[in-house]
Design a binder for this molecule. Structure first.
Ligand code: NDP
Ligand code: 2IT
Length: 452
């Protein structure tokens, strides 16, 4: 019989091996620690999960592709970026996950994101495996023509690795509707196939699903609302701090307003804006989605209620709930202390791994409801899977239908995480609930499919 302490010892040995075999990948180590540290109770309780090699297979990607992406800027200069696609696990369905274009991208970052994606996608219950890709290309300040040439070069290699039944990329940081359009065009040109289901986040009118742009932010607010309900409260009248000002942040702010809460901040890598009257979404969308500008322009144009704090941290602004929606490790221990001191009730992760392990620990210890990204931000990939379903059936659903499905999926994920945490004697611990529930689904499929 395997005891919990034997299991913990074995998992710790595996974590040391992961660090040794994957040097210089701190984000991947962090993600692996965060998941494996919560699995001992389920592995000890269900002996089939202690099968040698199961967890070892789970932490090793099925396939990792790294390629050169050469492209020419508007002055004719040649740039060489690096492209990645990590196909992590396909036990539940085709690899599924976004592409990130950001100067900080490297193999370790893509592996952390791909690893998280396995469990997130399992939690949706929609039959999708886990993968992630991207490039260290920085789209800031690049013209549309430069972005198009980059995307075309990127797809000229990526196309041979993806397909509607194989691997289905989508957007992430630096990849939105514009980039998905260029990528899809090049895929169609090279393959001579109208294969709508090969990418998600497509435009309306050529295979995109209504509500996909909104889905991650809307879903995170629905998850936060479910956590608040569990505490006997709702979002009505609550003040929220939101970081980021991209796709996830914008539709988080929109849904908060729809549910009667007030988001008073947004940010980008230059600093943050605090707006006492609440963020004016029309203005923010104009600056970020149309002009591709910086958040200080928001404060300049909004008038007296708003100010820009260069280089500051949104977590200094007092609020009832916090929704980090920019990037990994953007909310540290000191930020968690500030949030707790200011009386925060819930933190729900729109971004992937935005809170450091020390911050998560502090928040949970203080009794703050904490929604981990792999559960709270699963709405985006869930609606991507609904986009694939619509593409397959050559149909498109109404916005109301997609939103109804999204609401159902987010509530279901919340219930699953909540109940799983209770089952493993960690009531209210959504991190443990999400990790174990996602793990059970993937591990069961891997065991059934043999040693591959
Ligand atoms: P966008 O590119 O649309 O927006 C990213 C925002 O975060 C920008 O405001 C950007 O500011 C800011 N940001 C990015 N990197 C940093 C950094 N290193 N430091 C400070 N600010 C930063 O991306 P998304 O909104 O799509 O993604 C945001 C987060 O949500 C990511 O963690 C992503 O993985 C996650 N996510 C996204 C999903 C989706 O469907 N798009 C689904 C699930 C999770 P700046 O422009 O100055 O860089
Ligand atoms: O992190 C994520 O879940 C995403 N970037 C969305 C992935 C997707 O395939 O829609």
């Amino acid at each position: 019989m395997t005891t919990r302490s034997d299991t913990t010892t074995a998992l710790n040995r595996l974590l040391a091996e992961i660090e040794h075999r994957n040097p210089a990948q701190p984000e991947f180590h962090q993600a692996a620690h965060e998941v494996l540290e919560t699995l001992a109770p389920v592995i000890a309780a269900r002996p089939e999960y202690a099968e040698p090699g199961l967890v070892e297979r789970l932490v090793e990607p099925e396939r990792q592709v790294i390629f050169r992406v050469p492209w020419q800027d508007d002055q004719g200069r040649v740039h060489v970026n690096r492209g990645f696609r990590v196909e992590f696990n396909s036990a539940l369905g085709p690899y599924k996950g976004g592409l990130r274009f950001h100067s900080s991208v490297n193999l370790g970052v893509i592996k952390f994101l791909g690893f998280e994606q396995i469990f997130k996608n399992a939690l949706t219950g929609l039959g999708i495996g886990g993968g992630k890709g991207g490039s260290d290309f920085d789209p800031h300040g690049r013209s549309d023509a430069e972005v198009m040439r980059f995307c075309q070069s990127f797809m000229t290699e990526l196309y041979r690795h993806i397909g509607e039944h194989t691997d289905v990329p989508a957007g992430d940081i630096g990849v939105g509707g514009r980039e998905i359009g260029y990528l899809f065009g090049q895929y169609r040109r090279i393959t001579n196939r109208w294969e709508a289901g090969v990418l998600t986040g497509k435009g309306q009118g050529w295979g995109g699903s209504l509500i996909r742009p909104e889905a991650t932010g809307y879903g995170n607010v629905l998850f936060a609302a479910a956590m608040m309900r569990e505490r006997g409260e709702d979002l009505e009248g609550q003040t929220a701090v939101v970081s980021g000002s991209g796709n996830v942040a914008i539709y988080t702010i929109e849904k908060l307003a729809a549910l009667g809460a007030n988001a008073v901040t947004c940010s980008d890598s230059s600093g943050y804006v605090v707006d006492e009257k609440g963020i004016d979404l029309d203005l923010l969308k104009q600056i970020k989605e149309v002009e591709r500008g910086r958040v200080d322009a928001y404060a300049e144009r909004r008038g007296a209620s708003a100010r820009f704090v260069p280089g500051g941290r949104v977590w200094d602004v007092p609020a009832d709930i916090a929704l980090p929606s920019a990037t990994q490790n953007e909310l540290n221990e000191a930020d968690a202390e500030t949030l707790i001191r200011n009386g925060v009730k819930a933190v729900s992760e729109g971004a992937n791994m935005p809170a450091t392990p020390e911050a998560v620990h502090l928040l949970q210890k203080a009794g703050v409801a904490f929604g981990p990204g792999k559960a709270a931000n699963a709405g985006g990939v869930a609606v991507s899977a609904l986009e694939m379903a619509q593409n397959h059936a050559r149909t498109s659903w109404t916005a109301a239908r997609v939103e109804e499905e999204l609401t159902h999926i987010m509530n279901d994920i919340h219930t699953t995480c909540h109940e799983t945490a209770e089952r493993y004697e960690a009531p209210g611990d959504y991190v443990t609930g999400a990790n174990i529930a996602g793990f059970e689904r993937v591990a069961d499929a891997m065991l059934a499919q043999g040693v591959i």
